[in-house]
Design a binder for this molecule. Sequence first.
Ligand code: ADP
Ligand code: ZN
Ligand code: ZN
Length: 749
Amino acid sequence: MPNSVDPNSPIYRIRVAVPVHLYDCFDYKLSAEQYQQAHIGARVAISFGRRHLIGVIVEKIPTDVPLNSSFQLKAIDALLDDRAILNEQVLSLLTWSANYYQFPLGEVIQTALPSLLRQGKPYNLLATVWNVLKPSAENELKRSEKQRNAYKLLSVHPQGTSEHLLNLSGIENSTLKALQKKGLIDTALKPQDFSAPPVQMAQMPLTANPDQRLAIQQILKAQNKYQAFLLDGLTGSGKTEVYLQVMQEVLKKGKQVLVLVPEIGLTPQTIDRFQSRFHCHIALLHSGLNDSKRLQAWQYAETGKAAIILGTRSAIYTPMPNLGLIILDEEHDLSFKQQEGFRYHARDVGLYRAALAKCPIILGSATPSIDSYHLVEQGKLTCLELNQRAGNAIMPKMHVIDLKIAKKQHGMSQQLLDEIGKCLARKEQVLIFLNRRGYAPVLLCEQCAWQANCPHCDAHLTLHYQPYSHLHCHHCSTIQRLPSACPACHHTSLKPIGMGTAKVEASLQELFPDQLIIRVDRDSTSRVGSWQKIQEQIHQNKSAILLGTQMLAKGHHFPYVTLVAILDIDAGLLSVDFRAPERTAQLIVQVAGRSGRGEKKGDVYLQTHRPDHPLLLTLIHKDYRAFAKQTLIERQQALLPPYRYAALLRCESRSQENNQQFLKQMSQQLQQQSTPVPLPPASLPLIDIWGPIPAPMERKAGRYQAHMVLLSAERAKMHFYLRHWWQQLLKEKPSDLKISIDIDPQELN
Ligand code: ADP
Ligand code: ZN
Ligand code: ZN
């Protein structure tokens, strides 16, 4: 290229979102020819400082926009895609998210791309295709049935068929290789086929009950426009059947359906139900996939080949050419909110996406969030109720056990143990819930009251005996050997206090020696495939004790469970977080909902020291909706979310004093900026600032944590001031201090 540039010739520029933690996008120059070929939403290789990065084009700058001449523009390295791989809808969604959650667009965009594309790998990976070389050679394969079957299947595809599809039909690569060795078949590399096969019904729908029918009709009326629904249905009331019947109509029109669930690994049943109802491509998007599987699933969604996209939180950013319906199941679940880095909430992003796509969205839950009920009050969500359990199942009966007066063995009341015994004698399953893994939460010296604490956190170390004896901090993962004597007084009177799932398991083994006990927690399911095996065990054994944490509470359908026990609900009743009652009520109702889902009726036992707690009384004598109604009134009176919008500023450093000093100074600035002059008399400030205060766990992994909460009744105005202020904060903060902002925080820790 000639060095002398004609000053009048146009300069071709694009604006690129670069994956760095900086809030700006950056301009690069390219040739006229490249400019022609550049597409917004396509990837581009660039150098940034000394690094080589992959960015996404967000703007083609018109050539008549003058160039800031003091700036030396760098040229791009290469264009990587010949079309937009992030379509306009998804780019708008990402831009909106970056603005709303105050996070750099370049990093936000990363959420939407599979890692192979983030690394700059080509979009069109070639697929391995197998072809028959020698037709009608079946006779040569008399001895191996496997090889004969594979050969037969291949023979009906004269154009060859992809290894992926062969694998899906149960044909192993070793079989193919064996046939290749015999010279009967061979491989070729071909571009992948992204054409979409027609969707077919594989199974008839169930006959909907009246509540289900009404819900289905209402949603179908909104098929071609944006409308948001809250499907508020009791546990076991058949919400999934409503999803399936609505999906059927949407799929028939050739549109795609996006289904978000809290955790795919935990609910393989959901996938099975979709697969057995519809014959179509279902793309699964979750963190358990390897990179190439994830890329392929994403491509199936992005090209329209997959009709159903089933994923966890980040799947909300998957590009789809024909999105016609979004379903968010268990919408109250906290895992829809990302708790670190880019702290988005897939439910709120989902509502915005449905509006962009002009399609309906269904938020389903047996225990909807208070936020969603508030949206119903405001007319932004249409509430559809399912008020009976589907089929013949009825709701379980709740019983409260007062731990203050109950006779106990191993932390379980005699009454509960008797009921467990009776249930097992009837050859039914018992489910015991305790949200604490490990053996015991505290190790105490009975002589001098020394407790095993984490050296880096304000927290006790948890005692574990498996896979070996050790003390473990569940907050920073510090591991210590179990001391044989008290480090303070050298007595050997160390005693575990309190109970975790491992201890309850040991106690139950002692009390019910002949019973199968299945423990489900992060420790027992950490190996790949173990959860799958556990689930099979649960479905194969009619009589068993299932014992576990949250993992057991989520959305499962265990038809043999007729007794559910919650061993300790008190921590949730006593927490200071204003959302704690909501979480506790949801947990109780969800765990209870695992009982009596089959033919037989179920019971639920709650152990507590606070049997007269209003939350429990409301849930037992009324229901979750009554609890929600009451909670809405309380939140409104206290001017708490959802009646005001919140943002949480977290600050962390080596000294609490530094945190406090910085936050105080910044809070004054925000107050000055956002307060109109003159101050309106006797009204709330536009932005109400709480704190700074030390975080509930002040020291974590050796660093001090502080909080500041901002509350405002006016979301748009608050965000306006916040944006400016946040940029200022980033500039002014001392370098050893880490800050982050959490818009619409779900947890105050
Ligand atoms: P939810 O998702 O609301 O907890 P599910 O969709 O899992 O409930 O339904 C619970 C059970 O009821 C499932 O076994 C399902 O097959 C069954 N079911 C749902 N709808 C009907 C119906 N209309 N008739 C008969 N059985 C139904
Ligand atoms: Zn001691
Ligand atoms: Zn720790």
